[in-house]
Design a binder for this molecule. Structure first.
Ligand code: NAP
Ligand code: G3H
Length: 495
């Protein structure tokens, strides 16, 4: 069996889209350059698919669904397990691509691939544990022992998986395997920036023996093909991760089908005056600045008790200055790479200027001339941020952290809950009572006690409320269930 991705590396850097298990060139004859944020070098060119090609691909996915949904869970699990093994075997090439394409550090890129291989394996096993049940009419008044309902979780059909730029492999994979293990076929639309890494991952599934049409991959400009894709009536569910803004657009175009949405955030980390500061400092620093703050679960504001605020800020500055080394993410000593685009630089600049103009203090993040490429943005900490500043409320998706000083636990809860977003929050305190008091009152999907905000482990439930999601849950068993519906057969007994 061919299981090396070396053969997948094209001599001319041109990548194709996948339909019916065939890597295919678009009839548009248009290619889109994917440039590295590291140095603007060409990572590769991807196909700009046409609307007609998208429509044809959806048809093909319907045929794939018929074949795949009729395979046994055992066989599906076996193929996905093999995909996981192929992915892990090719960790070096995937790590290199991720690092180059999205500017994630070498170590974090490697972690992303390894974590994904484990995730695929876990989902492949979890599928075998889907629970079906039988119900008896005798427990309901008036029916006696006349009916037995047998329920079975069945797949939804063709599922559209749309992933963001920041985790091309690890945000793509659960959407694929969560749907596939349950018997759905999948159309995968990765973000343009990240698409090449996503294509490499897709090839692992193809090599593992997924039948034709079960996993098809779309590349192209969202402005050109996005509406066609999300509004196609043969799509039976959409699993989307990305910004709230894009989710709004998709919702306006899609049909009446399940929509799983992991969206933007403004996670607050609450530091009480009895917190273990030696624990909190590294957690908050990594929570805020790993991958330059380009994580949905990044800590995007710190609410620290005024009694300890001065020393907290000083220690945080010291830690971040020492541990975050800005540079080429391919080099091992680098712990912070470039941000993804000038849009991010411009937004972070605007939030920073607005806060400083309104009286906040720059603690860390002086700009210098070390880098001519402006995507290398320094870790920035801004203290004395107040509620009239944009930085208190807007998601920067970049390396900037506002510090808001609070006088009491209830003030912290109030400011945390005023946000439009509700993904996660963290609380640092030595008091379990205070931690629970706060956790119960925060309007978010998850509260972390004495640890940074984070999605994993990948079988934990993960969801956002308010503008951070619509309350549906990712995480192995939850997602697999969301990728199914109940089919009921009622046996009427006439005894
Ligand atoms: P984005 O710009 O909203 O893009 C997300 C995905 O949607 C990409 O694949 C994008 O493709 C696609 N897209 C854009 N317009 C579309 C349309 N009209 N129809 C169909 N698809 C369309 O988000 P991003 O910049 O990649 O990611 C950052 C955002 O995602 C942040 O707000 C972050 O908080 C959020 N996020 C949330 C989670 C979570 O689980 N809660 C996880 C990660 C990220 P193109 O890029 O090719 O346009
Ligand atoms: O960017 C959003 C991701 O879902 C965050 O995942 O907490 O593992 O970095 P993470």
């Amino acid at each position: 069996m061919q299981d090396s991705l070396q053969q997948f590396v094209p001599d001319d850097q041109v990548y194709k889209y996948l339909v019916n298990n065939v890597w295919t060139s678009s009839t548009s004859n248009q290619l889109i350059d994917v440039l590295s944020p590291i140095d603007h070098s060409l990572v590769g060119k991807v196909q700009a698919m046409t609307k007609q090609e998208v429509a044809d691909l959806v048809q093909n996915s319907q045929q794939g669904f018929f074949v795949w949904s009729n395979m046994t869970m055992d066989k599906r699990s076996e193929i996905l397990t093999l995909s996981s093994q192929i992915l892990e075997k090719n960790i070096d090439i995937l790590t290199h691509m991720l690092c180059w394409e999205i500017g994630k550090t070498y170590e974090d890129s490697r972690d992303e691939v390894l974590r994904t291989a484990k995730l695929i394996q876990f989902y492949a096993e979890e599928g075998r544990r889907i629970r079906n049940e039988s119900l008896y009419s005798e427990v309901f008044p008036g029916f006696g022992d006349t009916k037995i309902a047998v329920t079975k979780r069945v797949p939804l059909g063709v599922v559209l998986a749309i992933s963001p730029f920041n985790y091309p492999v690890n945000e793509g994979a659960p959407k694929l395997v969560g749907a596939l293990i349950a018997g759905n076929s999948v159309i995968f639309k990765p973000s343009l920036q990240g698409a090449i890494s996503a294509l490499y991952m897709t090839e692992c599934f193809r090599l593992a023996g997924l039948p034709a049409g079960v996993l098809n991959v779309v590349t192209g400009r969202s402005s050109e093909i996005g509406d066609e894709l999300v509004s196609n009536s043969h799509i039976k569910a959409i699993n989307f991760t990305g910004s709230t803004q894009t989710a709004d657009r998709i919702r306006a175009k899609m049909g009446i089908i399940p929509f799983i949405a992991g969206l933007s955030g403004k996670d607050a980390s609450i530091i009480l005056d009895d917190a273990n500061i030696d624990l909190a400092i590294p957690e908050v620093a990594k929570g805020a600045f790993s991958y330059s703050g380009q994580r949905c679960t990044a800590i995007k504001r710190v609410l620290v008790h005024e009694k300890i605020a001065d020393s907290f800020v000083e220690k945080l500055k010291e830690y971040v200055s020492k541990h975050f080394v800005l540079g080429d993410p391919r080099e091992r000593q680098t712990t912070q790479g470039p941000v993804i685009s000038m849009d991010t630089v411009n937004l972070v600049d605007a939030l920073r200027e607005d806060a400083l103009a309104k009286g906040a203090d720059l603690v860390l993040g002086e700009k210098n001339d070390t880098f001519t490429n402006r995507l290398y943005y320094p870790c920035t900490i801004i203290d004395h941020v107040t509620e009239d500043m944009r930085l208190a409320w807007e998601e920067p998706f970049g390396p900037i952290l506002p510090i808001i000083r609070i006088k009491s636990i209830d003030e912290a809860i109030s400011i945390a809950n005023k946000s439009d977003f509700g993904l996660q929050s963290s609380v640092f305190t030595r008091s379990l009572d205070s931690a629970f008091y706060i956790a119960k009152r925060l309007d978010v999907g998850t509260v972390q006690i004495n640890g940074k905000d984070a999605r994993g482990p990948d079988h934990f439930p993960f969801l956002g409320v308010k503008q951070s999601g619509i309350g549906q849950v990712q995480g192995a068993a939850y997602l697999i269930e969301a990728m199914t519906r109940i089919k009921t057969i009622v046996i009427n007994t006439n005894e």
